[in-house]
Each structure stands twice: as C-alpha cells, then as structure tokens.
Design a protein around this ligand. Sequence first.
Ligand code: MN
Length: 539
Amino acid sequence: MALETYNQKRNFAQTREPKGKLEKGQHNRFVVQEHHASRLHFDFRLEMGGVLKSWAVPKGPSFNPQDKRLAVMTEDHPVQYLQFEGHIAEGNYGAGDMRVWDTGQYEVTDGSDPVQDVNKGRLRFRLMGEKLHGEWSLVKLGRGDNQWLLIKARDEFADPTWQLETVLPIEEKYLPKATRSKTPHQVVTDQVTDKTPKATRHKSTGAKVAGKPIPVAKAFAAKKLEGDVVVKVDKHEVTLTHLDKIYWPDEGYTKGDLLKYYFEIADTILPYLRGRPLILKRYPNGIQGHSFFQHDVEDPPDFMETIALEVERQPVRYALCNNLATLLYIVNLGSIAQNPWHSRVDDLHHPNWIVFDLDPEGQNFSLVCQVALAIKEVLDGLSLESYPKLSGSSGLHVYVPIKTEYSYDEVARFAELVAKIVNQAQPDLVTLERSLRKREKGEVYLDHLQNAEGKTIVSPYSVRAKDKATVAAPLTWQEVEKCPRLEDFTMANMPQRIKKKGDLFQPVLHNCQTLDDAIEQAEKLWKEVRPKKSKSVSR
Ligand code: MN
C-alpha cells in the first residue's frame, strides 16, 4: 500500500492537505470527514498498515441497520489526514470545505488483521467515536472493483430513528430543487454525543422549521425551549434550531438555555464584541462533542456584518457581532464562547487593550491570584489601571485598556517588559517559559504573547465549553485578593450578578490610557532591576 495515487492527485503548492507519507505504528484511529465537494459526501477512513484506508460514503453512516450505505473505496490517505479540516481551493482535487464529522478509535471485532480483511472484502469492526458507536461492517460488492456497503450491526447502539446531522450548513446546490428554501440549514436530529447515546438521545424534531416568527423576548419567556423556532429581532428573522439539544450533559443545560443566557446579557456583552473580527469556535453537539474553529463565514445572513481580510494571501471573511440578531445566530451555530480580536475594524492595527493571560496548568488557583496581584502592583507603579477577569476555563486575564494609537508591536514590547519586571519581582511564582516541560513546579505561566494582531481572547461574559457552564467573569481586585472559585461564576448566576453589580468591566471600554510615560518608566525600572545575567527565555 502506498500513497502515490494520493500524491499524484494533489498539487501541494495549492492545497493545505498533508503530503503523503507512510506512518509507522498502528493506533487504530478512524475519522469521518464531511466533504462539501462537487457532491456532498462523507469520507470514512480507518487507520491500518501505515495509511488511512478510505471510502467515500455519499449519504454518510447510519445507525439504522436497514440502511446499507454505498461506500466507494478511494485512494489511501496519509495518517496525518486524520486531523485535516479546511477549504480545498477551487481547481484542486476535492475542492470544497472539509470538516471532521467524527473521530475516535476502532477495533476489529474478531481480532483479525484489518489489512487482510480489507483485501478479502469483508471487515467487521467496533467504533468508539464521539458520534459513532457499536459494531459496523464494510462489505465489498461483487460488481465493480471499488463498491462496498457500510452497514450498522444490530446491537444496543442500532437506532432506526437516527438521522444524520452535518457540521456545516448544507449549501443550496446540494438540496433537491423542491426542498430548497431561503435559509438552507442542517439536516435535523437531536442526537446527543454522550457516552450513553441511546439512553439520553432525544426524539427527533424533524427537519421542519417553525413557521411564523415570534418576537424574541416572547420566545425566551417560554417555559420550555424546544424544537426549532424563528425569532423576530428588530426587523430581522433568526432561525434557532434544536433548542432542547443537551449541551452540558452533567448539568442538563440545553442549547436553548445557552441562547437564553446570551439574550439576557446581550446589552452587557455586545459592547465587547462590536466591530471586532471574531474567530468562531463551534461545538455543534455541545461541550463533549467535536469542535472546530471557523475564521471564514460563508453565506452570512443579511443582518450580519463581516469584514474581508487577507490572511496568508487568502481572503477571509470574518464575522462581526454588531447586533443581537448576529449574537443569537452565531450562538445557534454552536459558538459557546465569543472570541474577539483586540482591535476594531475602524483601526485594525491598533489594539485598545493589553492582555496578560495567566495559566495555572494544574497549579493551585491561589497562585494565579497572587501573580495577578503582582502584575497589578507593577502596573500601579506605572500609573496604569488594570482590570481582572476569570478566563472561565482555568486561568485569569488582566486587561489594561489603552488609547488606540499604539501598534501591536509597541504593545507587545511593553507587555513583555511588564512581564519581565513581574517575573524579576516574583521569580519563584512566575515563569515566562512557554514550554510546559521547562516550567518548574509551583510556577504560574505569565503569557504576554497574546497581544498580536489576529489573536483573540475570550470576551467578558462568555460562557465556556466547560463543566458547570462557567463564565469569563469580570472581577473586582478585592475579589481577586480573596481568591474566588471559578465554578462560582456560571451561566446560571451571571445574569443575577450583572443586575447586582453592574458591568465591572465598563472602564475597559472607556478608560483609554496613554502608555507614553509608562513605557519610559518601565524601561528605566527594568534597567535598575534587570539581573546581571538574565535567564534565557526560550521562544
Ligand atoms: Mn472526499
């Protein structure tokens, strides 16, 4: 088995797909990729013999044992293709979008050699993916030389009611003419990617989209959020789908709960998103399901503003979340947390805040709070106000709002200087070492490298794709002194907290500080405290 056919079909100067190389070792991985090429299909790949044996399945896998899905064997793909996602440019082989639909491990049911089984034309295996479970088989048909059937075995995972759901919306061109609508959207099921899929799976709501638009406030006032609903937001209509899909299996929070949270706090969060290019991280099946980054938005709805930027000589159309309709639309896509740039479209090359990102990496959170306070002390000394927020994941962010007149380079240099001064003041507590391996126990990583154009940081009030639906919560410095617990700030209680305390982060939007004096002072300070022989910091 070799990868010559694979390599011959591709021009690696034009595609970001990996070059074909045989791999040693056998990890029994599998992937199903959703491929929006000239025809929509699903590429089913099993790792064996140093390559990925590959089949194109036009209709995709089905949990219904009666669905015998045609699977056309295609050329072997390199093992690195397991993670491949992205856009294959026009004019290339397989041009179109590719997304990982499911991935995990497989085992051959009777313990035989999968390569031999494939050669014999019959393979039985068990899948342990995020979506696909249980026993399956691939059986070669007599006719043709590459036609197989992919069939679900009758076991506890079999489910005749199961329906496939795509990760990306289905483009109009793939739909039969009769069913084309104004807003193409996903094939609908309420499949929950849980460890025990059968027990917790909800009944399908079908592909219908609720007809008449409901005023958005009325929709979210409903006792139970379920199915699909079209909401009216100002003069726009936004289709919200699968409201009862479980996004947090442990807490039982649904996608409807998440949408309702963002609806309730929209006025508070929107000022932190407006005008900033967003990088979407989508979790279409909740926090335990597969996720993927999306920079480029195709076919944005008319209420969504976008900005086209050139990234690595490719045009990328970024979403801008400038209104409530857009916020609900992107949350409906499975964007649990919102990740804006540090600068706005009116002045993209000049950030309006500096961020220090504190990452505990398994350290005690009280150490993180101590480091945050050490940063505050240094910034206080430079006469700069700073504002802390929980990342909602495991760390803490310290923001310094600034005038939009410093370049990303200037800001990055200043952030590094501050980080070095903090490190010098607290050498046992703080590390600037990026490599996890080289960090010492009890040290907190102070990351000042986030201050670059095109980088993002999770916005205040974003829900995180973490247990308990924790939120990136702005704090007071008094709260940092008392070392709060991440899990006390969640989607469930944040609206109450905002009502009580207001928006603690508001100065970050308005306190446009000048850096001129601070840069000068910091340079002077560093000359005084700089160690004779500074420890090298690897990059
Ligand atoms: Mn394909």
